[in-house]
Design a binder for this molecule. Sequence first.
Ligand code: KIV
Length: 306
Amino acid sequence: MSVVQSPISIASEERKKVTIHLIQAMKTRHEVISMLTAYDYPTALVMDQVGLDIILVGDSLGMVVLGYDSTLPVTMDEMIHHCKAVARGAKYALLVGDMPFLSYQVSTVEAVRNAGRFLQEGGMNAVKLEGGRERAETIRAIVSAGIPVMGHLGLTPQSVHKLGGYRPQGRDVAVAYRLVEDAQILQEAGCFSLVLESIPGRLAELVSQRLDIPTIGIGAGASCDGQVLVTHDLLGIFERFTPKFVKRYANLAEEMRKAFSGFKTEVKENTFPGVEHTVEMNEDEWQKLEERLAQGSFIAQDQALR
Ligand code: KIV
């Protein structure tokens, strides 16, 4: 049997897997890095088809997929479950798993073990964790176990209560100065790249210029080495709130409402399923069935025939 391949899958055969080395080389070549979050197989598949550089299985999972109020309740097992699905869908993008709250803060040993699970069980290529200088030792330990680490500075959602809400960071000199120092410390600790979330564009530009490793911005202006968004925000699926820095490329919640209510109406009105959605027996088999049924006890006769 000949298998018809889509142009996308033919093109993908020539593609190479994105590595952390390629991501770092992209900064040198001034090639902007594209990253989005994914939490399931079909989304990862499509992202890989369009050639995204990095797919992050973010702990934003907790809010946009699992319906929690924050990222704090997300567990390691929930993350691994979704990482596995993404890894089955994406073969080319660099896959980064987001370490959830308390999976790396309690002890270095636990942090290394949990980071290892992302690669060993989840099929990820790297992990991401939040925080500055206070995470340097942990990052060194994870990197020395052979696990690439992406840092995350600025608005770090796992510290939402300490920060007093989801608000931009680094607008005053003290926090900005500390962030510049933290970025340097994370690079020295071995991070291969750094997410900068919700900080002033000028500050993100300064950090990006001072670092050798690439920065990936979300709400951090256009001068970062790459950009990331939460996919459910970009697609307009998550409507509870939308940060100012999000650009909506689609309004899928509206499309879903149209589709679901279309289905409901057609079911209630008996116009779905139509003949084109229904399998039928051929006339011959149907006649035989009617004859058998006319002969009386179907079950008794059927057993007698065996
Ligand atoms: O969890 C997540 O989706 C993230 C991105 C916002 C970078 O950390």
